[in-house]
Ligand binder design. Structure first.
Ligand code: SAJ
Length: 419
């Protein structure tokens, strides 16, 4: 079996950077390459451009060991791992970064090398883009002259390092030997099972995972709307339903954000007629406006609202596709004045963001919990009661305990909570 010593990781973002660092600490010589010179500069200075638990320490150890080299020109190596973004623009995946990196690899690849695609892509991209570009430009044939696999990342932001090691991993081989070689690459640092399948199965399975989550959350959000109209508590209803051994409903909220769940489902559409996927997207996309309408019913004209939590989910610094943006726009359109507060974010929609809730709350009429950062558990309702103009809380996260707020005289409302 092919021996792999040197690996090049193309794309040093949320997935590529931790993967490169882990591979280096597992003993591979790793070249971390990115086309963004700012990222290369930051990393070379020993800093990281991403907030992720444990990453900075691991990265420094990997660089100090000499096993991880951050490079501004890609090098020849035994394995090439593609971790570049595949954004969805108007419902269609933009594969230009995958195309470009495949061209780069075509200029470097040697007979017997392994190429692995990790980016989330529409079905058949490994074959139709990666294999096709490399074959056309290098003259080498996938499965004959080089190994090729699709091994999607499945890690949860906030827990990336532990999930990279512990999660089971799909190893979609272009052919059986490719799957074996790719499995041996990951076996050095993955403790989870390495499940061999073909490229197409792995591509569809990756999209199915995120789409399943989107559909499940959409159901929870629709249930919240039903409960709200019946004046029932959706959080309690979901807890009760989930006591059934074969039911596991996710949580409703302010909407679905991030760079994966709101966009990946579109990559499964367009092959045949689909309805459920689009319906789920519609429900989740309109959820921030549903929250804005619910909140507006509680406010007088010209009220001031402090939005607590701007990131796409709790305890991360990422604001991509965050529901808070649509929610803020909807509130501003209703002529409320909106203040932004988040310890992980400095600027939002071009405006200053307050790190301290007490500062953000001064003279406002409502605290609106959008994302359940751990920091909120430290809040003191008595202290906030002293600075606010009106004592009103709305919780879209379902995680704020009303009792201490009510005991300080706050009116407390929440998404589909009983009035
Ligand atoms: N959300 C809810 N209710 C829930 C759970 C999440 O409204 O019960 C919202 C969050 O607030 C957030 C959005 O959904 O706005 C997405 O958050 P998430 O934690 O569900 O997922 P991501 O985007 O951080 O990571 C997902 C994960 N996929 C699955 O769990 C199936 C991760 O494992 C993938 O690797 C990642 O997408 C990816 O990169 O594809």
């Amino acid at each position: 079996m092919k021996r792999i010593d040197e690996v090049t990781v193309y794309g040093l973002g949320y997935v590529g950077l931790p993967t490169a660092a882990l591979m280096a600490t597992a003993g591979y010589t790793v070249y971390g390459y990115d086309t963004n010179s700012e990222i290369i500069k930051t990393l070379k200075e020993g800093d990281v451009h991403i907030e992720e638990a444990g990453l900075k320490t691991l990265l420094r150890a990997a660089i100090e060991s000499g096993n991880l080299k951050v490079v501004s020109e890609p090098r020849q190596s035994d394995a090439h791992i593609i971790c570049v973004p595949t954004p969805v623009v108007e419902g269609k995946a933009d594969l230009s970064a995958v195309q470009k990196v495949s061209e780069t690899i075509a200029g470097l690849i040697k007979r017997g090398d392994l190429v692995v695609l990790e980016s989330t892509v529409p079905p058949r991209t490994t074959e139709k883009v990666v294999a096709a570009v490399i074959e056309q430009r290098s003259g080498l044939i996938a499965g004959n002259d080089f190994y090729l696999a699709y091994c999607p990342e499945r890690v949860l932001p906030g827990k990336i390092l532990s999930e990279l090691v512990r999660n089971d991993r799909l190893i979609g081989g272009f052919d059986k030997e490719s799957a074996q070689v790719a499995a041996s690459l990951y076996s050095r640092f993955v403790d989870g099972a390495l499940i061999k399948c073909d490229c197409l199965e792995a591509e569809i399975a990756k999209l199915a995972e995120n789409t399943y989550r989107d559909v499940n959350i959409a159901f929870a959000n629709e249930l919240a709307r039903i409960c709200q109209s019946l004046n029932a508590d959706v959080w309690r209803v979901i807890d009760l339903a989930n006591r059934h051994p074969r039911v596991s409903i996710l949580k409703p909220g302010a909407g679905v954000g991030g760079h994966c769940i709101p966009v990946d489902p579109w990559m499964l559409t367009g092959f045949t007629q689909t309805h459920l996927i689009q319906a789920a997207r519609h429900i989740n996309d309109t959820q921030p406006r549903f929250i804005a309408n619910s909140v507006a019913e509680l406010l007088k004209p010209e009220s001031r609202v402090a939005l607590l939590g701007l990131t796409y989910k709790e305890n991360v610094d990422d604001t991509r596709n965050a529901p808070s943006e649509v929610l803020a726009d909807a509130l501003i359109k209703k002529r409320f004045s909106v203040r932004f507060c988040d310890p992980y974010v400095r600027k939002f929609k071009g405006e200053e963001v307050f790190a301290s809730v007490v500062t953000a709350a001064k003279d406002v009429d409502m605290l609106l919990f959008v994302v359940a950062h751990d920091e909120w558990s430290q809040l003191d309702p008595a202290e906030l009661a002293k600075v606010m103009r009106r004592l009103l809380v709305y919780d879209a996260t379902g995680k704020v305990d009303p009792t201490p707020w009510r005991s300080q005289g706050f009116e407390f409302y929440g998404l589909a909570r009983r009035k």
